[in-house]
Write a protein that binds this ligand. Structure first.
Ligand SMILES: [Zn+2]
Length: 276
């Protein structure tokens, strides 16, 4: 296939899925059905016609306003659609048209939905993270064998190779990812007597570990804490608010996981080389 066409299809596929993800972000916290009723304007309740529901384009053509009542539509809709279109192109560039493309497309879609729900409601819904852990583990059966690190090889030898390395890495990811944040939560509570890390974050990192393996969980925690504290300080300086306005951690874990997905191995290799 003409590579330009392939990337164009990847973008459109991402944008269309992004349009559905907007519905998920809005409806999952309400416990509403994802399929019916079809979308309508939140103000005048006019159902949105199919020709006004084209990802990105409709928003631009309508100038970000409802066709009947002219109420402005959140810019988040085209933002999520464009984001998913671009992620889809990046995944196609990195993995080509392969099982990995679809596996990581599912991961990124879930991370986007959970991040926006966490921003809106300060919750990370179990209905995504728990099935996500299972999907990540199942996906390890179709992943190419590829790289494996010392811990995976060590455990693999210990269990006499009765399980494939990708699945072993996924299992280690679930337990190390979940266990790591659980330990942080317990320690934080022990020191401050306040709830810091939520159970949602623990399950989210377990899901990231299921998809990306155990080393991704350490990387994700480090990178997300780093970015999260920088953003936290910037927000405190900008708004003059103190740290009791805790910012949700889910979006930062998601950003960390996406950085690992695209650049993790290169960054770790660079860091280890740099250290030696
Ligand atoms: Zn309207």
């Amino acid at each position: 296939m003409n590579p330009f066409l392939l990337y164009l299809f990847a973008f459109l596929f991402g944008a269309v899925v992004g349009s559905f993800l907007n519905v998920c972000i809005f409806r999952i916290p309400l416990g509403a059905s994802l399929i019916s009723p079809s979308s309508c304007c939140p103000r005048c309740r006019t159902p949105i016609k199919a020709y006004d529901n084209i990802p990105i384009l409709s928003y631009l053509l309508l100038g970000g306003k409802c066709r009947s009542c002219k109420a402005s539509i959140s810019a988040r809709y085209p933002v999520v659609e464009s984001m998913m279109g671009l992620f889809s192109v990046f995944l196609m560039l990195k993995f080509g048209l392969s099982p990995s493309f679809f596996i990581y497309f599912i991961l990124i879609s879930s991370l986007v939905v959970m991040s926006f729900i966490d921003l809106d409601h300060r919750i990370i819904p179990d209905v995504i993270s728990l099935p996500g852990i299972a999907v990540g583990l199942l996906a390890s059966f179709v992943k190419p064998p590829g790289h494996n690190d010392f811990l995976v090889r060590f455990v693999f030898k210990t269990v006499k190779g009765s399980i494939n390395m990708a699945t072993l890495d996924s299992l280690l990811g679930i337990f190390i990812g979940g266990g790591l944040l659980y330990a942080v939560a317990v320690l934080f509570y022990w020191v401050t007597k306040k709830e810091g890390m939520g159970g949602g974050d623990i399950k989210l990192l377990a899901m990231i570990g299921a998809f990306l393996g155990w080393s991704s969980t350490l990387f994700t925690v480090l990178v997300s804490s780093l970015i999260g504290s920088m953003v936290g300080v910037a927000l405190m300086v900008a708004t003059g608010a103190d740290s009791k306005y805790a910012i949700p951690f889910g979006p930062f874990l998601s950003i960390g996981a996406v950085i690992y997905l695209f650049f993790g191995r290169e960054l770790i290799r660079w860091y280890l080389h740099f250290r030696i």
